[in-house]
Structure formats: C-alpha cells, structure tokens
Design a protein around this ligand. Structure first.
Ligand SMILES: [Zn+2]
Ligand SMILES: [Zn+2]
Length: 276
C-alpha cells in the first residue's frame, strides 16, 4: 500500500537550534502536504509527521540533504507506525524546557550577505544598525545563559521586541523567524560613547567617535553583547605599546582585526587553508 497514510516521529540531534531549523521543517512539511508538529526539546528537535508514505519518505530525504547551512544533523532516528490521524495542519510548537540540555549551541556567526544589505541600504529600517542579525548570522554562544536556546535564555531578554521585529520573529517564512537576538534601532541595544572616566558623551555617531579616538592613538574598550574587548590602531607602534604596558603583556601576540581577507593578506602571511 504505497499511498497509505502513515505517521512518523523523527528525532533530530545536533546543532539544530538557532539556525532556522524549525522553519525549514515547517516549510518542507507544507511542500509535501505533511501535517503534524515540530518542536525543540532538551536533546534537539522532534518532528511528528503525518502524510502519505511516499511524501513522508521524500520529506525525510530532504531533511537529511537540504537542511539549512548552519544545521549539523548528527543523527536522525525515525519510526514509521500506523497513522494516528490527529493532525489537521503542520505547526511549530513552543519549546519545552526542564529536560536534559545536551542540544548543541551554535557558535557566533559573522554577518551574512542579506543583513549586510540591510545595514547598507538607506531607507531600510536597519540602515547602519550595528546589532543587525538573522537566523543565518549573529551572536549565539556569546549571549546564551542556559538552554534550551530561546530569547528568554539569552542576554537579549532585556530588550522587548517592537511590533515589526515581533512580526518577523513569528513568521516562519521570514529569515528572522525565531532569531533570538533579533532587534532594530527601535527596540534593540544601541551604541553609546563614554570617556576614560566612564562619563557618557553625547555624540552624533559613537562609531565615528571611536574611530577618531583610535586614530589619535587611544585605547578603547568596546562592549558587545557578551563582554569587552580592548582595541587600538594596530598600525600605530605607540598605541600598541601603550596597550601592552597597561595590560602587562610585553610580547604575547595580540589579535589583529581586518576588514576582509585582502586586508589580512596585506598585513600578514595567510596560507590557503587558513584563507578557507
Ligand atoms: Zn543575517
Ligand atoms: Zn524592533
């Protein structure tokens, strides 16, 4: 009976949180006329799928082969049983917590091309917004405080989503669906500039102010979502030695940040493997 309706519970483990996995499952299920649910638990993702057997098989195949770029499926267990016949549609369930927390938390990911487009487009509501991110990029590991990885479990819980951001967060077809650090100039973190004594300084552009401080050879502490890092102009010997003296770090190498690979190749030797 190739076209009989069947029911399958699929357990997926691996890095499947915070990488757009549930919306991927949701859209895939709709494509194959599959009803049921997808939800996170402490171990990973659980899918209940109901549909004709051939669709379920195609669905499982695509789950394995077309998962979003950041999802790493380390194992996939499935059992096909007689239909339960209980699902009218496919839905994404709220997370259950309080279970074992061995689901992997993905690493922080550099800004993606789509988000870059957002911050570079005048008129976009995230134009020049420093904390722009989506399901395919942005902080993860840095902001998480406990698991399951949901906004309430991150340092972003103090920022309440505005209406526009909430709409993105709720829409399985939006690339910011359940992007936990989602935010915008109206509701998310913002930049501010403080002097050496910690006094807040009114300025049109904290970023421009930082850049000019660095050009003058000063040491700055940049605070992100997860902590501070100290920065100086790496091409100023005087600035670098000031930082070394203050940190008591006479010779240990420091990290050099560059804008892109070309710039990194200009100031250092980069092997092919490292470039990749
Ligand atoms: Zn992005
Ligand atoms: Zn917002």
């Amino acid at each position: 009976m190739p076209d009989s309706v069947c029911f399958m519970e699929i357990n997926v483990q691996g890095t499947v949180r915070g990488v757009g996995f549930r919306p991927f499952v949701y859209n895939l299920a709709r494509e194959f006329d599959i009803t049921g649910t997808v939800s996170n638990n402490g171990q990973g993702v659980v899918i209940e799928a109901q549909g004709v057997r051939t669709s379920i098989e195609a669905f499982v195949r695509d789950l394995r082969t077309n998962a979003p770029p950041l999802a790493r499926i380390t194992s996939l267990r499935d059992n096909c049983s007689r239909t339960k016949g209980i699902f009218k549609e496919f839905s994404i369930l709220a997370s259950s917590s309080g279970q074992e927390s061995c689901a992997l938390i993905p690493a922080d990911i550099a800004i993606c091309g789509n988000c870059l487009d957002d911050i570079l487009a005048p008129g976009n509501r995230r134009y020049s917004y420093s904390f722009t991110n989506c399901t395919n990029c942005g902080p993860r590991f840095t902001i998480v405080q406990f698991t399951p990885y949901d906004r309430a479990a991150t340092s972003m819980k103090h920022f309440h989503l505005c209406e526009d951001c909430q709409a993105e967060y709720n829409d399985p077809q939006d690339r910011r669906f359940h992007a936990q650090p989602n935010g915008c100039p109206a509701c998310g973190p913002e930049l501010s500039f403080h002097d050496g004594e910690g006094q807040y300084l009114e300025t049109a552009s904290p970023l421009a102010e930082l850049a000019s401080s660095l050009r003058m050879g000063q040491v700055a502490a940049v605070r992100g979502l997860g902590g501070f890092y100290l920065v100086v102009d790496a091409e100023s010997e005087e600035a670098v030695s000031r930082l070394r003296n203050r940190k008591g770090r006479k010779s240990k190498p420091l990290t050099v940040m560059t804008k892109n690979l070309q710039e990194a190749m200009r100031v250092s030797y980069v092997s092919t493997m490292a470039a990749e």
